[in-house]
Design a protein around this ligand. Structure first.
Ligand SMILES: [Zn+2]
Length: 501
């Protein structure tokens, strides 16, 4: 049987399916097709699992073997870089749900299923977006995507927005009037402008309908443009300007901005969420209501549009199939042990690469009350030893000095040290940030600061170091035991919560 839903009703159908399809009761297999620009869902009545045929069963080997099996599947060429919204990313989601189920977790997604379904839009960038810059006394400029500018994230369009320039990174400009606003970030250091546009997206979205920032000459031009981009339609586009377009905006000659995107279509994006309910302790039964959320992102950046390249697939073995594999094995280890005192939630999120969309959705639609979440520990790039972090078997914790977790783990003599790359601002660049923004202590455990293959097609399974990953998983388990048992109560240290900075 094959069902094709039309685009206008697909979300409702998708929701209905995922709400109904508990993996343990469903008797069919679902595959997803993106065809002719329309999302079609085909349901075949064959398998006992939601995961499509060809998806491996959860491995049942040693810790090291299991870690390798998870990564081998997630980073295989067959999954084509797990780009958000592709059929391959949904196939990955099916596998993750099945592994969590086998680990003994309970579904904690929408409506009692394993998935949180996000309403995102995809845009087809092979049909070039239209950026028009205009000014009172100047001829308007139709900018060419890739040459004059580059769309970095966000897919919101805008008509005739008024330019407001921001030169001081510490002061958000005041915006007057009621029309749409184009914020132009032009700092002395263009790299700082890029980081500001990326890291303070939500703050900027509150005052601007589109964000432009000054690029550096030549930077970003050599990287291939993506074939499509996924986002929330209401999120302002973030655009890097270059060359003459940049100069004419900077001079004030062009101060009106319009931006249109072609080929918007709904995209299926799923977070996979499971939990192991806590049981409290005799002294503190209330611990059962407290929640520790472990996260890793399973999406990656897909396939390069450069058709001449021999290898076009961004496998994302280290980023972040490795972190996902560690979370899956932590679920198994905690599932095998005694029931935890605190509740454990495992959230394998999507669309991190598109701007932390999956984790942001999670905290906006939490499966447990947000105030019950005592901390988030996120796992990023644990597949290769990181020389800056001490090499083999050594990890670092982003924002180490901000909460009592890092210092407590150091006191346990675990090989988890302070982030050796403060200049990279990694604390603000992964899914822990979504929790931090809600005031929840959140960190990433990583060994991915100074490793090869980052966001390259060479981030392949065979570059990973399994004994290193095994140590990372074991140490993470040991680190989490006191948190989960209630022996260690996560808390910000004085001055550590960035929301009060
Ligand atoms: Zn990552």
């Amino acid at each position: 049987m094959q069902l094709a839903f039309d685009v206008s009703s697909w979300t409702a159908n998708l929701r209905r399916m995922f709400h109904q399809d508990r993996l343990d009761s469903v008797s069919r297999c679902t595959t997803w097709l993106l065809a002719s620009g329309l999302l079609m869902v085909s349901v075949a009545c064959q398998s006992t699992r939601l995961a499509p045929q060809g998806t491996p069963s959860p491995p049942a080997g040693s810790l090291s073997e299991n870690l390798e099996s998870h990564v081998r599947f997630l980073a295989s060429d067959a999954l084509r870089g797990r780009d958000t919204g592709t059929q391959e990313s949904l196939r990955a989601a099916g596998y993750l749900a099945e592994v969590l189920r086998k680990a003994g977790a309970e579904p904690a997604g929408d409506g009692g299923g394993w998935y949180q379904v996000m309403d995102l839009q995809g845009v087809d960038l092979t049909r070039p977006p239209k950026l028009t810059l205009a000014g009172e006394a100047a001829e308007s400029l139709e900018c060419v995507h890739g040459a004059d500018y580059r769309l970095m994230s966000g897919i919101g369009g805008v008509q005739n927005a008024t330019l407001v320039t921001m030169n001081d990174p510490s002061v958000l400009p005041e915006v007057h009037g009621s029309g749409p606003v184009a914020l132009f970030i032009d700092l002395d250091d263009p790299a700082a402008g890029f980081r500001l546009a990326r890291d303070r997206r939500d703050e900027l979205a509150a005052i601007a309908d589109i964000v432009l920032f000054a690029g550096r000459p030549g930077v970003g031009k050599t990287r291939p443009l993506p074939e499509h981009l996924v986002g929330r339609p209401e999120a302002p586009a973030s655009i890097m300007l270059n060359g003459p377009a940049l100069e004419r905006v900077r001079s004030g000659e062009l101060d009106r901005v319009s931006f249109e995107l072609a080929g918007e279509e709904p995209v299926a994006a799923l977070n996979v969420v499971g939990k192991i309910p806590g049981v409290g302790t005799p002294d503190r039964p209330d611990l059962a209501d407290e929640v520790v959320v472990l996260t890793a992102h399973y999406d990656h950046v897909g396939v390069s549009p450069d058709k001449s390249a021999e290898d076009r697939i961004f496998n994302g073995a280290n980023d972040d199939a490795s972190g996902v594999a560690v979370v899956l094995e932590l679920a198994r280890l905690f599932g095998e042990g005694e029931a935890p005192a605190r509740t454990l939630v495992f959230a394998l999120v999507t669309a991190e690469e598109q701007g932390l969309l999956g984790s942001t959705y999670f905290v906006q639609n939490p499966p447990v009350p947000l105030e019950d979440i005592v901390c988030n520990v996120n796992f990023e790039m644990l597949g290769q030893p990181d020389e800056g972090a001490g090499g083999f078997g050594k990890m670092f914790l982003t924002g180490f000095e901000r909460s009592n977790l890092g210092p407590s783990w150091a006191a346990m003599e675990l090989p988890i040290q302070a982030d050796p790359y403060p200049q990279l601002q990694l604390f603000f660049r992964s899914d822990n940030l979504a929790f931090v923004r809600q005031g929840i202590p959140g960190h990433s455990i990583s060994t991915g600061g100074m490793v090869e293959h980052y966001h390259e097609v060479t981030d392949e399974t065979d570059t990973l170091n399994w004994p290193h990953m095994e140590i990372c998983a074991e140490v993470s388990y040991q680190a989490l035991v006191p948190v989960v048992s209630g022996a260690l109560d996560p808390a910000w240290l004085p001055g550590g919560n960035p929301n009060s900075e």
